[in-house]
Design a protein around this ligand. Structure first.
Ligand code: SF4
Length: 710
């Protein structure tokens, strides 16, 4: 690593922290050359045992954002000319507090909404939930993690009584003799995780991948199941049928550690391989090979991603795979288990501490009286004053400006105009608001619509904690001071609470100060952080929750002794395959599905600003099979128009035989006329309220070359 010459005698400072992007939360070192005016130099942290020094291209380039010329450094307030103008912090914060007071006076506190993010630190997520319930008094606080992890989270709670993405450390992956990955492409989305799969393969392990696309992950698999979009649940039930029929069940495990097998068994026995072959497109021979490999291995693991989860039956789909892993007894031992590959940087911690409409800190539930009393005691308020459960993310946004809906909204760290399904509808709803405030480091597509925009700190300018996809609580450390005029989201919430008359409950001096209260608020909850301190995180390379006391070692591996229901057993669930909210038909005959590029992250607000990433993937391209390209008369290179019942998007075509002929794929990182979410649909899972991002019906037509340039 080369270090620029410094003009001072002060030696460069090296700070250990973590990448700002995904849930792998790679350890990084940032080297600051004082008075150089340069961004810190970033490198992988060899000592952090999750990534062992490896980073992906997003991580390597992350520091470019810190001094980016588009960075917001002053509050913006919309003027009478309908344009955003620089303003003082006092004027901007007063405007938000006035708007909230007016909404409360005219419509009641329920007319105010708060929208958070899986990118917020634990401290910010905790404070946003408290701010909603205490300072504003609204039930309507939710976050974009609802779009990411909520189905796997709900399934984990139902089956195990606890929701932690991976219930084991990442070092368990090489110990699995067989791994089945469903609907996840970690080779692109979490590249440094490849080292653990490489080790698994080097030990003689086998990898099975199920996906409608032959992704880079699928290309490294020993067995590839190119299933029909939306048929994952049928696949899981079919695997259970086979192990029942072939007597590969682990009956001692089922009897001693689970409940409810008989009902799940009855349903599974209607999923004969012939039926499952029709539903999934996977041959009976491949189904049987998959089931046998998993059931006869000494250790086996199932990992899901957004493919099976972002469906209107996402919870039941995950439950079906959990049924299978329970039935073969491959759980609760090193190298065995079910895990979810979380997406967002703090997707795990962000859903544990109360920014979700139905939750209080520590994974307590807002509708449970004992949980309300505990939290109210910590917050110094009357339990009766706490609102009840509010609207989920999409429902909250869909209510904007509607009768009885949200009139004033504060968005923190989320670009909802691009990231939401049926994005055209959400754009209209945002425009129907009386008042919109956005906190972000950049003027993203949502902030551009706001009445007030507040510039906030970035990752290397702040302290705090995040919880990675293993449930390991880690430290984000301040490497450099933020630019003048920029504040942290938590400072903004404290300043607004003071203006709304709740300064005493928000008298925090630092992120660590907030974490101290979070520890008390989570004590005795499922996600118990009471024994975790900043010092312990530093000393132990992170601490796994639950960790109830300072003496407790933390819990890297769950389920070895117990599950987390009152009887300490796991639960089977009888779950049925059902069609998606929208299936292909004569008018819209093709499946449309979405996902990520290796170079971009979420709605691309950050990564689209990084030169190397933007140059590598400047625009979305639609993947389609050569048969479909022929059928629509596409002449390469060329453009296609994709239409769903909700909108139309034009993409450059990428013809590839790695995708099913009946399916097309586009990445969702881009806004405006390139927004894939213009096409997606918002049928919600009845339990998790997850929108069905992964399934829409579309019509694809080739654009004649003469029209492309218009
Ligand atoms: Fe690691 Fe994810 Fe950052 Fe890539 S984006 S460096 S995988 S944390």
């Amino acid at each position: 690593m080369s270090i620029a010459l410094t003009t001072t005698d002060v030696p460069p400072t090296v700070v250990r922290t973590h990448c700002p992007y995904c849930a792998f939360q790679c350890g990084t070192t940032l080297t600051v050359v004082h008075d150089s005016g340069l961004s810190p130099t970033i490198a992988g942290d060899d000592a952090f045992p999750v990534n062992n020094g490896r980073l992906c291209v997003k991580g390597w380039t992350a520091s470019e954002l810190l001094c980016h010329p588009d960075r917001l450094t002053t509050p913006l307030v919309r003027g009478p000319d309908d344009r955003l103008h620089p303003a003082t912090w006092k004027a901007a914060l007063d405007r938000i507090a006035d708007a909230f007071r007016r909404a409360r006076r005219e419509y009641g506190a329920d007319a105010i909404g708060l929208f958070g993010s899986g990118a917020l630190t634990n401290e910010k997520a905790y404070l946003l939930g408290k701010f909603a319930r205490v300072a504003v008094g609204t039930p309507h606080v939710d976050y974009n993690g609802r779009y990411c992890m909520s189905s796997a989270a709900a399934a984990g709670n139902k089956a195990f009584g606890i929701d932690r993405g991976l219930p084991f450390p990442v070092q368990d992956i090489p110990l699995a003799q067989v791994i089945l990955i469903i609907g996840s492409n970690p080779a692109d989305t979490l590249p440094p995780i490849a080292q653990w799969f490489e080790q698994q393969k080097a030990r003689g392990g086998r990898l099975i991948v199920a996906d409608p696309r032959r992704t880079p992950t699928a290309q490294s698999a020993d067995l590839f199941l190119q299933l029909t979009p939306g048929s994952d649940l049928a696949l899981a039930n079919g695997l259970l049928f086979i192990v029942i029929e072939e007597q590969l069940l682990n009956l001692p495990f089922i009897r001693s550690r689970t409940n409810g097998f008989d009902a799940a068994r009855r349903v599974a026995l209607t999923y004969h391989p012939g039926r499952v072959e029709q539903l999934t497109g996977i041959s009976e021979a491949t189904l049987r090979k998959t089931a046998r490999w998993l059931a006869t291995a000494d250790t086996a693991m199932i990992l899901t991603g957004r493919g099976p989860e972002q469906q209107s039956k996402g919870v039941d789909t995950v439950l079906a795979f959990i049924n299978f892993i329970l039935a073969i007894g491959q759980i609760g031992r090193p190298g065995s288990g079910y895990g979810c590959l979380t997406g967002q940087g703090n997707g795990q911690g962000g859903r544990e501490h109360g920014q979700k409409a139905d939750q209080l800190p520590g994974y307590r539930l807002i509708e449970v009286d004992a949980h309300r009393e505990h939290t109210a005691r910590v917050w110094g308020v009357d339990p009766a004053s706490l609102p009840r459960k509010g609207r989920s993310a999409y429902e909250l946004l869909d209510s904007l400006g509607q009768p009885g809906g949200i009139r004033s909204l504060l968005v923190m760290g989320s670009n909802v105009a691009v990231a939401s399904p049926h994005a055209g509808n959400i754009l209209q709803r945002l425009q129907a608001l009386d008042f919109l405030a956005v906190c972000d480091a950049f003027l993203n597509e949502t902030a551009a619509l706001a009445d007030v925009v507040l510039p906030v700190t970035q990752w290397a300018e702040e302290d705090g904690t995040l919880t990675n996809f293993e449930g390991r609580v880690i430290r984000r450390r301040q490497v450099q001071a933020p630019p003048d005029g920029v504040r942290s989201d938590w400072e903004i919430l404290c300043a607004l609470a003071e203006r709304l008359g709740y300064g005493d409950q928000f008298a925090f001096a630092s992120a660590e100060d907030i974490f101290a209260e979070l520890r008390v608020a989570t004590a005795g909850g499922i996600a118990d952080y009471a024994g975790i301190s900043y010092d312990r995180i530093d000393a132990e390379q992170g601490v796994f929750w639950p960790c109830p006391t300072a003496e407790h070692p933390g819990t890297p591996r769950l389920f070895e002794q117990q599950f987390y229901h009152a009887d300490e057993k796991a639960r089977f669930h009888a779950v049925e395959h059902r069609p998606a909210g929208e299936e292909p038909d004569a008018e819209y005959p093709i499946y449309f599905t979405t996902g990520r590029y290796a170079e971009h992250y979420n709605s691309g607000v950050q990564t689209r600003k990084v030169g190397r990433l933007r140059q590598a993937k400047p625009a979305p391209r639609l993947q389609l099979h050569p048969e479909l390209a022929d059928h629509i008369g596409l002449i390469e290179p060329g453009y296609v128009q994709v239409a769903s019942r909700r909108g139309v998007v034009m993409f450059e075509a990428e013809v590839t035989s790695t995708i099913r002929p009946d399916t097309v794929f586009a990445p969702f990182h881009y806004g405006g006329t390139a927004a894939a979410n213009v096409l997606t649909q918002a049928t919600l899972d009845p339990t998790s309220r997850m929108p069905e991002f992964k399934m829409a019906a579309v019509r694809v037509t080739a654009i004649p070359p003469t029209q492309e340039s218009r």
